[in-house]
Design a protein around this ligand. Sequence first.
Ligand code: ARG
Length: 460
Amino acid sequence: MAKMWAGLTSGETSKIADDFNSSISFDCRMYEQDIKGSMAHAAMLSARGILSEEDAASITEGLAGILKDLKDGTLKIDPAAEDIHMFVEQVLTERIGDAGKKLHTARSRNDQVALDLRMYLREQIDEIMEKIRKLGRAVTGVAQKHTASIMPGYTHLQRAQPVTFAHHLLAYAMMLTRDLDRFSDCRKRMNISPIGSCALAGTTYDTDREMEAASLGFDGITLNSMDGVSDRDFCVELLNCIAILMMHLSRFSEEIILWSSWEFKYIELSSDYTTGSSIMPQKKNSDMAELVRGKTGRVYGDLMTLLTMLKGLPLAYNKDMQEDKEAVFDAVDTVKMCLDVFEGMISTMTVLTKRMREAAGKGFINATDLADYLVKKGLPFRDAYKISGGIVRECMAQGTVLEQFPLVAYRRFSPLFEEDVFEAIDLAACVERRISKGGPSEASVQQQLEIAERIFGGKK
Ligand code: ARG
């Protein structure tokens, strides 16, 4: 096929080169942004007297028709086209004639693709953020019901100190609040318009870049034309935000997988979000969580693709940069799917509080509280720590727990022990006494819930 850029050369390239060069199969998803960008460009050119009003009107009408036809399927994307920008311009010229050929005045595909990508991705950020809020609401919704559900908190995956399930879940809610913050920060820098940078060195026409940018909802314009066309920081930043969010979801997944195992059985996932085994009839596998964990690696790969693609590029545009889109689209599609699945999985799971409470009863997770009891009676913490360790060892040897250890036996370790020790090591009291800000006590958890609810918005 002869190219629109035929001129110096005949524009006849080999089929294999065409296939290799074409990006239409993946950049076609930006058709709406491309068309809206072109409409704004025509309006600006006409406002500056670079394009006649008639030509601008005919271009706008032609583009509106193409947009409508692409949306309703009357117009099919030509897989043989070089990219979405060429395709739209070609169809426009076929439909409206010579005016169509004037649209590309004072711009280049280099600033056009940078524009389209920013427009497309800022919408994606809005969608991702909405999904994060929805997941946040699901997580806090479950947490609300479990402010008194005691479970062991872990370090090194060893039972450590008592917390509540609400407190544990709210740790993930806090991660999601930071994710929201990161995405909105990323959006700020993304929402700057590169259009008008042209190929790399601006243009001799008296364009109005601010006007074009404002009409497309941008907050400002890029300040250096070479940077404008070659900057893909906004893609790297977005993938960084997505990678961190996926890392959070992956950690959460790991816990979901552990908690649904027979070894823990703290939760049971709804059958809507589990799969069976083709051979073992008893299996209920947490495939969704495993897939989220697995896809996290894939998203990290997308981030690395982008960083590596960019690291050796001289200014300004290089064709390598066409490789940005598949990586960034893959990450965006993946994280959106993961957020949807996660939300459903969390809001339909059954929480087995009895199992959590049982696990909390074993593992001496109130040993710190035992030491703190002695400290409050005047013993230095290190001495109290040693005595409590000795008591735990003794309990283990006898196959008992701190709650069942008789007072006389306690007193053999220290005369400071009195009847009130049992109140001090009661798990519910241990949690309640953890009044430090950000701790698991009911009051602190309520505060966390309020903040989370404010950030994630009301229940939908
Ligand atoms: N399809 C190209 C891309 O995605 C558009 C920009 C092409 N510019 C050029 N000078 N070849 O990067």
